[in-house]
Write a protein that binds this ligand. Structure first.
Ligand code: S3P
Length: 179
């Protein structure tokens, strides 16, 4: 099976859902940020600090090309992955792309908790963060909307929601899983 690429804004649930679908289906899970961190022995924050965003995007593209060659994987992309170079086209050519459609309220509440490791938002106040999400999402939708499939990912807040949502994901994409 060709790779499944989960795309969507930071906090949309790509890693949470990807890990759960992996456990359910036996597909291997790859988190692109973790893959990059493992290869470069530094965090995404450190990579941004050392190479700037432009340098990070080059690395991200190269690593995306590597994982796109894997079989039977579900890949949680970074929020910006589809928005640079021809990455979106590349993913559409090499696998199945799924946009995680998550409400602004959910993105905001998840990112208020998880902003420290994300260099683009680490220094924002709660109010600034909300406006940043709204503006960034408006700019990025032109890329996200090229995904082959759109999947509602608001319900990922606790174990039971993650279970229901990952089952629904497998059903929607016809991925075999152990019930
Ligand atoms: C980014 C999202 C992050 C990470 C980097 C940049 C973005 O990944 O790749 O901080 O531009 O939206 P997550 O979406 O997994 O947080």
């Amino acid at each position: 099976m060709r790779p499944i690429f989960l795309i969507g804004y930071m906090g949309s649930g790509k890693s949470t859902l990807g890990r759960a679908v992996s456990a359910l289906s036996g597909l291997q899970f790859v988190d692109l940020d973790n893959y990059i961190e493992g290869r470069f022995h530094m965090s995404v924050r450190e990579l941004f600090a050392q190479r700037g965003e432009e340098g990070f995007r080059q690395v991200e593209r190269n690593m995306l090309h590597e994982v796109a060659d894997f079989e039977n994987v579900i890949v949680a992309c970074g929020g910006g992955t589809p928005c640079f170079f021809d990455n979106m086209q590349y993913m559409n050519d090499h696998g199945i792309t799924v946009f995680l459609d998550t409400s602004i309220d959910k993105l905001h509440s998840r990112l208020m908790r998880g902003r420290h490791k994300r260099p683009l938002i680490a220094d924002k106040t709660d109010d600034e963060l909300r406006q940043f999400i709204i503006d960034a999402l408006a700019g990025r939708m032109q890329h996200y909307s090229q995904a082959q499939i759109s999947f509602t990912a608001d319900e990922l807040e606790c174990r039971s929601q993650i279970s229901v949502t990952s089952h629904r994901f497998c059903q929607q994409l016809s991925i075999p899983f152990e019930p």
